[in-house]
Design a binder for this molecule. Structure first.
Ligand SMILES: [Mn+2]
Length: 282
């Protein structure tokens, strides 16, 4: 099944490419099932945003999305990520990847950096994923990608449950961190402007859905209360997308088997549409 906003069968004419990676082999979570997310998020998009009349089918896009050409690449293995991302970005298309566990982002960022050099990373997560005493799993993403990102122009948003080792690494590498309480204190517009000022010319956005409050996103592997609001995350995403520097995005860690009435897949799919609609025309 394709995401409902896929409006071209022609890879070459697309601006945006949706890619699923149903792999959770590097999750340590007790809650399993993120490999079901690529299918479920696509399915939910069709159930909600597809309209059928007179044997015609059309999809409801958020304002501004109508002129984008979206191609759904289907699902791939994690070992195929490097080649697929390489193919997509060689034509300057924007890959939007649906996971799977968060360690998939490591492979994507490695691949992107071959073309774009050090990447500005905007990383939404409740957890810093900055363990360095172990590597190659969903808790070590930040440390694993250090050679491929420009840490000065990178930022983590939504962080609220770091381990001591991760706090030490955040300090050691001088990584910017924005907590949910920072947004409450300063307001979303000011925080968003701070992020826009910080990021560089090749920006990758990685969204662990657990950055968002479990009230909006209960179906994740590791839910942590007191998270970001759904509109706050969408506002930041859309602001970055309108700036025009996004080279790719992912949505990770949706766990459909723990969801409540598919609330998390609804939000994830809608965030993808909102993001596409805000991308600057290329
Ligand atoms: Mn994560």
């Amino acid at each position: 099944m394709k995401i409902c906003w896929a409006n071209t069968e022609n890879f070459d004419e697309s601006n945006v490419v949706i890619l699923g990676v149903p792999d959770e082999s590097k999750s340590h979570s007790l809650r399993k099932g993120t490999s079901e997310a690529p299918h479920r998020i696509r399915e939910i998009s069709n159930i909600r945003d597809t309209y059928k009349r007179d044997n015609q089918t059309s999809a409801g896009f958020p304002l501004g999305g109508i002129n984008k050409k979206v191609y759904d690449y289907g699902n791939i293995l994690k070992t195929e990520v490097n080649d697929a991302i390489g193919k997509i970005i060689s034509k300057s298309k924007i890959p939007i990847t649906i996971g799977g566990d968060h360690s998939i982002s490591t492979e994507i960022i490695k691949s992107l950096s071959k073309k774009y050099g050090p990447i500005s990373l905007v990383y939404f997560d409740a957890h810093p994923d900055f363990i360095s005493s172990s590597s190659g799993y969903y808790g070590s993403v930040l440390h694993d990608i250090l050679p491929y990102i420009d840490i000065k122009s990178s930022v983590q948003i939504g962080i609220r449950t770091p381990e001591q080792e991760e706090m030490d690494n955040i300090k050691k590498y001088n990584l910017s961190v924005i907590t949910p309480l920072d947004i409450l204190r300063n307001g979303i517009v000011k925080i968003s402007d701070t992020i826009l000022d910080k990021i560089g010319k090749s920006v990758y956005v990685s969204v662990d859905m657990d950055a968002i409050d479990p009230a909006y996103a209960p179906g994740v592997s590791v839910p942590v209360p007191l998270g970001l609001g759904n509109l706050e995350v969408s506002y930041i995403l859309k602001s970055i997308a309108s700036k025009g520097n996004i080279v790719g995005l992912d949505i990770m860690e949706v766990c459909p088997s723990y969801d409540i009435k598919d609330r998390t897949s609804h939000l994830a799919s809608r965030m993808i549409a909102e993001l596409i609609s805000s991308l600057n025309d290329t």
